[in-house]
Design a protein around this ligand. Sequence first.
Ligand SMILES: Cc1cc2nc3c(=O)[nH]c(=O)nc-3n(C[C@H](O)[C@H](O)[C@H](O)COP(=O)(O)OP(=O)(O)OC[C@H]3O[C@@H](n4cnc5c(N)ncnc54)[C@H](O)[C@@H]3O)c2cc1C
Length: 529
Amino acid sequence: MAKKALVIGSGFGGISLALRLQSLGFDSMILERLDGPGGRAYVHKAQGFTFDMGPTVLTVPHFIEELFSLERNQPKLNEPDFPEAILGEEKRIRSGISGGPNTSRYVDIKPILPFYRIYFDDGTFFDYDGDPISTREQIKKLAPEDLEGYERFHNAAKAIFERGFLELGYTYFGDIPSMLKVVPDLLKLDAVKPLFSFIKKYFKSDKMRQVFSFEPLLVGGNPLRVPAIYAMIHFVEKTWGIHFAMGGTGHLVNALLKKYQELGGQIRYQADVRKINVIRDAGKKRATGISLATGEQIDADLVVSNADYTTTYLKLIEPEYRRWNRDSLVKLRKQSMSLFVLYFGFKADNLKLELKHHNIILGPRYEELLTDIFDRKILAKDFSQYLHIPTLTDPSLAPVGHHAAYTLIPVPHNGSGLEWSRIGTGFASTILEFLETRGFIPELSKRIVYQKFITPDYFETELASYLGNGFGVEPILRQSAFFRPHNRSEDISNLYLVGQGTQPGGGTPSVMMSAKMTARVIAEDFKLE
Ligand SMILES: Cc1cc2nc3c(=O)[nH]c(=O)nc-3n(C[C@H](O)[C@H](O)[C@H](O)COP(=O)(O)OP(=O)(O)OC[C@H]3O[C@@H](n4cnc5c(N)ncnc54)[C@H](O)[C@@H]3O)c2cc1C
């Protein structure tokens, strides 16, 4: 008889892992506390608008293709992670093709060009599309003194991408020797120094320093201290492009769930797990199932938590079973920043937008603003934002004649003491006013027909994330690789973790990698082929 597995949480990490468990021959069930799937990728629908609440920038489409190609008892854990065939994808992206054959049976994925339009505070902008020729032209226009530096940066980032992502991307650092093996190479590549210091070696202008360092913010990293290994994001995007799931990211979540259910998996909503049940068995601690808020208990051969790492240990497992993850050590971990996200719908009649699908609108300060968010934990008067207008690609996400948009602003996590219930509405008005008065969306106040925002409180209460973190524990050197929370619990056998708080880190491609890593250690522990 098939062994039973429970997955707590239906984020991208939870669904990807559950799919892999089905392919490994387990009978699995996802337990999700919300009334719908996706976690951070939950969908909000109102007045004919469809808003993806979280991830919108899809990278590495072959990770998605691999999930759609899984079959029962065909786990694909030993095949090459990056087959030769997918390393020449650039041409396909530029001709508007993305998504593999298995993906396209479930969801239509399209490449987006440019990847981002990056606006500076003086009104100039940089269209980043990963193409070296157009990138050079953009640099020439804004900061010709950085042309030579770009060539050097390109080569350094490529070397980090090849070693750090293609060769080591899927390495699970479960012990210190596995990590020591790679340290000399990472030191040689300068990949452990803070990203912003690394970038400063290559670029002189503030604008280019910002363009080539902002990306880790999309996965919870502070460019001033995230290790330079994150320079590989530049190359990941360049190599495999940026993509959008037609119908929205939520459509991709539903498509993955459909695949999961076709493989026999089950999902239950409004299933709030309150406890991971553990017993002592022959001197060892072993997970035996979970207890729901209703009191119902469900037994299983293994349990995987896709819930926030810190919440998993502090709230779901009794302290007597935790030594490596005892309260004092878990609380020592630095949490990533949080987000204020404003979802809005507006009339599009006689409106010519200069904006693109993905826009980064940088404020007047960069390093100081990052320090306000991550260290001083204050809400500054100025802000930088990521503005997403998916209806420029897929008009079906809004009623006819309207656009759906969201704008995301990094803010401190709830260790700040900011009272969002008091200041949230005012902050939303400031942002909308900014978008109108700076000319990004003319007459926005007259055009707007719908708005809703979320604050760090949403992350803390709805998504059960410690201190309302946006992206789990912060990706800093001392919380990377072996030092990042482990996907196989050190404290309790048959208990595993998956998702952004674990190895390798945050962002949808990383949590899909995390699912494969966790599936590999489960296959090893359960002695599966
Ligand atoms: C606004 C926003 C924009 C982003 N944009 C991008 C982007 O463009 N590109 C990108 O790659 N990444 C992006 N990210 C990051 C990316 O979304 C996340 O890293 C990723 O989706 C996290 O997935 P996960 O599986 O780790 O967990 P989550 O999505 O956090 O899922 C965890 C799930 O566990 C459930 N849960 C928690 N506790 C319990 C419990 N006790 N019982 C039952 N269920 C429980 C939660 O309800 C939730 O559904 C963005 C994140 C945010 C917030």
